[in-house]
Design a protein around this ligand. Structure first.
Ligand SMILES: Cc1ncc(COP(=O)(O)O)c(C=O)c1O
Length: 265
């Protein structure tokens, strides 16, 4: 898709926002899959403070256009950026619109130095592995409906008992019509909007919001939700940030707690 966009839009500035997924840069396995063609972009950002777990905030802006930051931002204030001073060639202050703010890059530089490329790669890949295990669990679990699965990003609905019964009825009708023998309430993404009646989407949005509030107020879990293109209800979204190692047991605990707090919704 990126490649097509580049062909269509070659006369405008193309920026790729890799806030989450840009960390794939550090994985030999995922870089070719997720960032193919990104070198055609004029600029690219990613946030090491997200998936890689650098301290807040550490945002990288990469561009292949030499001098563009200086040309766009420099004010040339002589009292700040005197070219005669020692090391003036290393002073990037005038290239940045924040001028004298702290040097965010140091945090990332130190982390890279300490963990090495291998360490960063391992961090990216272990998170992707745990998220794919979560997607697998959701697919198998009758109380959850996987909406969309990206390596960094798992989107799903929680289905309390009453919604599971409705979906089961819908599935049974569908199976009877198509002579299928399938009891699992799973719907592929491209069918999800055509499959589920509008009133169920309305209910799912309410359930998502209520369950989040319940978990929050109980001091158990802060789990985000969001709208998703092409899906008519807000769904939960799990991404993994930070230094902490997540495991498949953490995945199980998330699902168990959601079930425990949400089944009567
Ligand atoms: C795609 C995308 N872009 C940009 C941002 C903003 O990130 P920040 O404010 O941490 O730089 C986010 C945050 O999650 C994001 O997901």
């Amino acid at each position: 898709k990126l490649q097509q966009e580049f062909k269509l839009c070659h006369k405008i500035w193309i920026h790729v926002d890799g806030a989450w997924g840009g960390a794939a840069l550090f994985s030999k396995k995922y870089r070719p899959l997720l960032l193919k063609g990104v070198h055609h972009a004029d600029s690219f950002t990613f946030n090491p403070h997200k998936l890689l777990g650098a301290p807040q905030q550490t945002t990288i802006f990469l561009t292949k256009h030499n001098h563009i930051l200086m040309d766009s931002n420099a004010t040339g204030a002589k009292y700040l950026f005197d070219k005669r001073k020692v090391g003036a060639e290393y002073d990037l202050g005038d290239a940045s619109y924040t001028c004298g703010r702290r040097t965010d890059a140091i945090k990332f530089w130190a982390m890279w130095k300490y963990y090495g490329l291998k360490g960063l790669e391992q961090r990216v890949e272990s998170k992707i592995t745990v998220l794919s295990q979560l997607a697998h669990k959701i697919r198998q679990h009758p109380s959850f409906l996987l909406v969309d699965e990206w390596p960094f990003n798992i989107n799903f609905f929680y289905l309390p008992q009453r919604i599971r019964h409705r979906l089961q009825e819908l599935n049974n009708n569908d199976n009877n019509k198509n002579n299928k023998n399938n009891n699992s309430p799973t719907f592929p993404l491209d069918e999800i909007n055509t499959k589920l009646p509008a009133d169920i989407y309305k209910e799912l949005t309410k359930i998502t919001v209520q369950l989040k509030i319940r978990l929050h107020k109980a001091g158990i879990m802060l789990i985000p939700y969001q709208p998703l293109d092409g899906v008519d209800a807000d769904c939960f979204r799990i991404v993994l940030a930070g230094k902490k190692e997540f495991t498949n047991q953490d995945n199980q605990r998330i699902l168990d707690l959601m079930q425990q707090y949400g089944d009567d919704l």
